[in-house]
Design a protein around this ligand. Structure first.
Ligand SMILES: *[C@@H]1O[C@H](CO)[C@@H](O)[C@H](O)[C@H]1NC(C)=O
Length: 189
């Protein structure tokens, strides 16, 4: 556990350095959220009752590793997202269906309501996050894929991972969920 927490700390420090080095001139040219306010969106994975779980809350990452069986495994920082609403970001709702062990995230309120109608529940204990509705301010697409057999919504900024999940892992494209700040320095504008 200690190791995991220090690994998270290390990733946070290393990556927030990368994000906050964004060019301030670029920022003021558009209406953008302040990238130094963006938080790592941790991606954890559970292999049985397959689920990909995303949160900015390090304590919830640790809790999901400690408390579930099989445990969630921390995989990566999937992106950087805003924990407070900064113009022009919009809420990225998190919903959870316990009978399917599935976390679903969407900015689309119609889709949120459709999910609630089939048993997903909005998660209030996890802070809301906010993302861009269009590709602005150095953001990148957050691809959303779905595996119907595993009932798993999966999100990634990686085009190669998206293609691999479609070709080899039974997922199909759903939509671009929204636009997020990339987690790797090489993707920065
Ligand atoms: C929101 O979701 C509904 C239901 O899936 C869909 O018909 C609609 O096109 C979506 N709206 C946007 C802006 O994507």
């Amino acid at each position: 556990m200690k190791y995991i927490i220090s690994a998270i700390f290390f990733i946070t420090v290393a990556l927030s350095g990368a994000v906050s080095s964004s060019d301030p001139v670029m920022r003021s040219a558009q209406t953008c959220g302040d990238p130094s306010d963006a938080l790592p969106f941790y991606r954890s994975y559970r292999s049985s009752g397959v689920d990909h779980y995303y949160t900015t809350n390090v304590e919830l990452v640790s809790a999901s590793i400690a408390s579930s069986s099989p445990p969630y495994v921390l995989q990566e920082v999937a992106a950087f997202v805003f924990a407070t609403q900064e113009e022009p970001t919009i809420p990225f709702y998190r919903l959870y269906k316990s009978s399917a062990t599935d976390n679903l995230y969407t900015t689309n309120t119609t889709e949120r309501d459709n999910a609630i109608a089939i048993g997903y529940v909005p998660v209030a204990s996890d802070p809301f996050t906010y993302i861009y509705p269009t590709q602005i301010c150095g953001s990148v697409p957050f691809y959303r894929l779905y595996n119907a057999a595993k009932i798993d919504n999966f999100y990634s900024t990686s085009e190669s991972e998206r293609l691999d999940f479609i070709a080899n892992q039974g997922y199909e494209d759903v939509e671009i969920a929204g636009y997020v700040l990339p987690s790797t320095a090489s993707q920065c504008p």
